[in-house]
Design a protein around this ligand. Structure first.
Ligand code: ARG
Length: 589
């Protein structure tokens, strides 16, 4: 379906042409004076120079031609040469009814859908998830859903950090505590036990203890590095222990992400590409790209045009160990072989910018990707506390994601049960749903690259630019629609929006018509915050309309049906938008 603004521009362009001017002058924008008009065109001002004519004369000529079109209800040329427009109610109603009849509400599907891999989440197995992992998961999930809604073929990959130092640390700490375990007997050749030598809660204690020790004790750290190396090289006891760590941690990670409504198509990790690293390194050497420098294997990635120093990309350390860059490159190689994506999008903290710049350049230079494969890193800012410093617990520790979520759920529960009689189980279930909207909207409504303040009071408020406010609006609409259904017993889907509008109804309609252009843009720019900004405006427009209008008590049956159809479309659009943001609305609140 055409975009509403394009439809108007087309009309105004034709008017410019019909009046004897360049049609390209007819570009229309939203009005920045909504008190005067709905849309405006400044083309006559630009045309003045071109045609050596007073802009108002051009504007008058074009306005005359516009009056022949039936899409405008009002066209005015105002000094010094602006063109102001109001759109006919019938045109808007027709557009909305077409939207309502379309699966994607008028969003055009791409002729050639792209295959896109989104690499997000990126938790490190055995380390607890902390608030820093929240953003990657929440933003990545939303970009995946937006891109998928827009018709592309999208694969989400969690890309576990599952082969690094944290594993060596856990193994070393286990060896300190229980040196008699068969995993540490280098001569052992039998089967290893099925049962892990630790539980999840033990594991949750082992890693932080080991990590703290390694910071104080140099030789402990050496041993952990050695253990990591042995694990990577395939030492059977270490591999067996590693399997246990994976088996104990993964179900917990899955549960955590499920609670956040974050779903991955692939649960691959750094360990999956370990075996293809030597071949890849060889290929880079054979191609003349990789060379030895101070014992390490590196590829130069600096370019003439660089304004800052881009160090060489390290492929292998002097002991032959793989690095973070190495596994990322090998993963690109594997993805190209298995999926041949047109595009790969990575979501991490923006402090990893240089890492991805090096990896992308190296992948291009060494031919791991095609010339037209798009590689994109979306670096996000820090989650801060109210003091503007990275978010911490009250006593200054790292905030675990689970604790943070629990805190928000409790706060939501408190707000929902405040001054109200709600059944415990229902209140809990609702609080969980609303809490998710508070967390996700609080994050997604900010441009990803910016830092933001995690403000629990603000995020959980039912008023203002928040998730709960959006859900509250949806629940309000659902309740009206349900009452209508009960009373009138009519099929809501069969009703259509009509063109007998009042001002607040028209304002709501003019928000709705923006949907396809907004979604297309949010997809192109991988920008969930644009969806947030849109639904905030839409919810405001709806609530304004709601307060000004008697809906269910409207006596004119036809008019009431039009209202109901409009409400239904508003609800569908809001729900579609929150779905791509990664949360849902409850039935009641
Ligand atoms: N595990 C990494 C971390 O915690 C993030 C992984 C991001 N994805 C990637 N392909 N490098 O920093």
């Amino acid at each position: 379906m055409i975009k509403f603004l394009d439809m108007i521009s087309e009309e105004v362009k034709s008017a410019f042409e019909a009046a004897g001017y360049d049609r390209e002058l007819g570009k229309v924008t939203l009005s920045n004076r909504p008190d005067l008009c709905e849309y405006q065109c400044n083309g006559a001002m630009a045309g003045a120079k071109l045609y050596k004519k007073a802009p108002i004369m051009i504007a008058n000529d074009v306005a005359e031609k516009c009056k022949e079109s039936n899409i405008f209800s009002e066209v005015t040329a105002v000094a010094p040469g602006f063109l102001n427009f109001r759109i006919s109610d019938a045109v808007i109603a027709r557009f909305l009814n077409e939207m309502a009849a379309d699966d994607k509400f008028g969003l055009a599907m791409p002729e050639n859908p792209l295959k896109i891999i989104i690499d997000y989440g990126g938790p490190n197995v055995a380390k607890p998830l902390h608030v820093g992992h929240l953003r990657s998961a929440v933003i990545g999930e939303s970009i995946k859903r937006i891109t998928r809604y827009a018709g592309h073929d999208v694969i989400g990959d969690i890309h576990l950090g599952d082969f690094g130092l944290q594993m060596g640390l856990v193994i070393t700490e286990m060896q300190c505590r229980q040196p008699e375990l068969v995993y540490f007997d280098e001569n052992y050749t039998g089967e290893y036990p099925e049962e892990a030598p630790f539980t999840l809660s033990e594991l949750e204690e082992i890693y932080p203890t080991a990590s703290a020790k390694s910071k104080e004790d140099e030789s402990y750290k050496e041993r952990a590095l050695e253990a990591t190396y042995k694990l990577q090289m395939g030492q059977p006891g270490h591999r067996a222990l590693w399997k246990h760590i994976m088996n104990v941690s993964l179900p917990d990670l899955k549960r955590n992400y499920e609670n956040l409504s974050v779903e991955f198509d692939l649960w691959k990790g750094e360990s999956d590409v370990h075996d293809i690293v030597p071949g890849m390194a060889q290929q880079m050497k054979d191609g003349g790209f990789a060379y030895m420098s101070e014992g390490a294997l590196v590829v130069d990635v600096k370019e003439e045009s660089d304004s800052k120093e881009i160090p060489p990309c390290m492929i292998l350390k002097s002991d032959g160990a793989a690095l973070y860059t190495t596994t990322d490159l090998a993963t690109i190689l594997e993805r190209m072989e298995q999926y041949h994506p047109d595009k790969m999008i990575y979501l991490t903290d923006k402090r990893q910018e240089l890492h991805f710049e090096q990896v992308f350049r190296c992948a291009r230079k060494t031919g791991l990707v095609d010339a037209d494969t798009q590689l994109m890193h979306i670096g996000f800012g820090t989650v801060n506390g109210k003091d503007g410093k990275p978010f911490k617990t009250r006593d200054g520790g790292v905030m675990r994601l689970e604790s943070l979520i629990t805190e928000i759920k409790e706060e939501m529960y408190r707000k929902i049960t405040d001054n109200r009689e709600v059944e415990e189980a229902e209140a809990r279930a609702t609080a969980d749903i609303v809490a998710l909207s508070a967390i996700k909207y609080g994050d997604l409504s900010n441009q990803a690259a910016k830092d933001y303040i995690f403000d629990i009071d603000k995020f959980t408020s039912f008023e203002g630019d928040t998730g709960p406010y959006i859900l509250y609006t949806i629940v309000r609409i659902k309740s009206i629609l349900n009452k209508y259904k009960e009373k009138e017993g009519k099929q809501i889907a069969e009703l259509s929006v009509n063109d007998m509008t009042n001002a607040s109804e028209k304002a709501l309609m003019l928000e709705l018509v923006k949907f396809n252009a907004m979604m297309e843009n949010a997809c192109e720019e991988s920008a969930p915050h644009k969806v947030c900004a849109y639904i905030y405006d839409l919810a405001n427009a709806f609530n304004h309309f709601y307060h000004e209008t008697k809906i269910l008590t409207e006596e004119d049956e036809k008019k009431k049906e039009g209202f109901i159809a409009l409400l239904n479309l508003t609800k569908d659009i809001l729900e579609t938008c929150i779905d791509v943001l990664g949360f849902a609305a409850p039935e009641r609140m």
